[in-house]
Design a protein around this ligand. Structure first.
Ligand SMILES: NC(=O)c1ccc[n+]([C@@H]2O[C@H](COP(=O)([O-])OP(=O)(O)OC[C@H]3O[C@@H](n4cnc5c(N)ncnc54)[C@H](OP(=O)(O)O)[C@@H]3O)[C@@H](O)[C@H]2O)c1
Length: 240
């Protein structure tokens, strides 16, 4: 059945690949991020709508879903792929990066989940992107890990809240996926090539690819008896 799916984090990485697969399958997609606009390449699909919004600004999220629905009609599924990750040396964490990660990864995700459960139709589906760092932090990931651990609890609470309308709410806990997020400068000062090599080595199946993850996400969106689950997709990372 044709759906209208809101994908946050649509401009790049996993969110972008998720939009592409949904668009190619004929679904309507609203792709949200800060930078996305009518010049983004996803606009080459007639069934794509770009929606610019800064999820670090909580004010911009109030009534977001209602505004989108007023413009494009009913939304049947939400993929929350927007995320920020700042690895900082313990003791040198900037307050601005704490606030940005908590706002984007946790608070805006929660606000959008609440709106989705209130305003999406029965039997809709929500998928949130978490990280293995929620379960197994490293010394530079305290706030990112905390935001994703919180997101996993939001997943479970939202699944309970959505049960009456049979709205499914799930999260995926991802290992390292080869996107721009992995090669942002970090406290370790490694260059892009060495960072990727180092991360590849700790995954028994190597790094994940965004398009492969996207196809799993789309599958999960349509599982009728799965809710409140945090599903690991990590190339074996957490086996070690
Ligand atoms: N890549 C990995 O190894 C990995 C591992 C575990 C979990 N994850 C999670 O997977 C999700 C997707 O990550 P990715 O790897 O695809 O990263 P990415 O390529 O860096 O994409 C992040 C997306 O989030 C959007 N975004 C960031 N800040 C935003 C803001 N303030 N408001 C609105 N949108 C914002 C970005 O768009 P704009 O810049 O245009 O706003 C972009 O579309 C994230 O939640 C991430 O935490 C990734």
């Amino acid at each position: 059945m044709k759906q209208t799916v809101l994908v946050t984090g649509a401009s790049s990485g996993i969110g972008y690949e998720t939009c592409l697969l949904l668009l190619k399958a004929g679904h309507n997609v609203v792709g949200l991020s800060r930078s996305i606009n009518s010049t983004h390449e996803l606009n080459s699909y007639a069934n794509f709508t770009a929606w610019s919004c800064d999820l670090s600004k909580i004010d911009e999220v109030a009534d977001l879903l209602l505004s989108i629905q007023a413009s494009v009609g009913e939304i049947n599924a939400l993929v929350y792929a927007a995320g920020v990750c700042h690895h900082e040396q313990f003791g040198s964490t900037k307050l601005s990066s704490v606030i940005e990660q908590i706002n984007v990864n946790l608070i805006s995700a929660f606000i959008l989940c609440e709106q989705a459960i209130m305003h999406m139709p029965k039997e809709s589906s929500i998928l949130l992107l978490s990280s293995t760092l929620a379960e197994k932090p490293i010394s530079t990931s305290a706030i990112y890990s905390a935001s994703k651990a919180g997101l996993e609890q939001i997943t479970k609470a939202s699944a309970l809240a959505g049960a009456e309308k049979k709205i499914r709410v799930n999260a995926v806990s991802l290992g390292c996926v080869n996107t721009s997020m992995l090669v942002k400068p970090r406290a370790d000062d490694l260059d892009k090539k060495h960072r990727l090599e180092q991360l590849e080595q700790i995954h028994p199946f190597g790094l994940g690819q965004a398009n492969e993850v996207a196809s799993v996400l789309i599958n999960l969106l349509n599982q009728p008896w799965t809710t409140g689950s945090v599903i690991k997709i990590d190339g074996g990372l957490t086996l070690n």
